[in-house]
Design a protein around this ligand. Structure first.
Ligand code: AMP
Length: 124
């Protein structure tokens, strides 16, 4: 995983309009769109519009306005997807141990079915 933000990553290209996405919500500082390979009936990604590699960069460098917008966008996305009723999970994979594939911060909003335990215990 590169430590420097790569402005050619796929989500940066979506933000620039170079690649289409199935938009769920757009706010001043955030964008939510359907995951291309959904793992649950609800699987939406919420990303900040700013060039932030991961949560470390976002929490350290994003403005308070960007951070508030992002949190609100995550909650609003879950509401729009009607994931509230039976519950949902939010996940942000950061770096190699977490298998982050796309080097632009994104929150997975997952729901629409029982999702099982948060993690398998080591060894399973
Ligand atoms: P992560 O492993 O947490 O980095 O997750 C990256 C996610 O991005 C995966 O769930 C992919 O299915 C999803 N993804 C990759 N390319 C696209 C795309 N063009 N549009 C929507 N989702 C994508």
């Amino acid at each position: 995983m590169a430590e420097v933000y790569d402005s050619n990553n796929i989500f940066a290209r979506i933000l620039r309009g170079e690649i289409p996405c199935k938009k769920v919500l757009e706010t001043k500082h955030s964008l939510a769109f359907h995951d291309i390979n959904p793992l649950a009936p609800v699987h939406v990604l919420v990303i900040p519009k700013g060039a932030y590699l991961n949560m470390d960069a976002f929490s350290a460098k994003a403005t308070a306005e960007e951070q508030a917008d992002f949190i609100q966008a995550i909650g609003e996305t879950a509401r729009l997807m009607k994931a509230e009723e039976n519950g949902y999970r939010i996940i942000a994979n950061n770096g190699a141990n977490a298998h982050q594939d796309v080097p632009h911060l994104h929150i997975h909003v997952l729901g629409g079915r029982p999702l099982g335990r948060m993690l398998k215990p080591a060894g399973e």
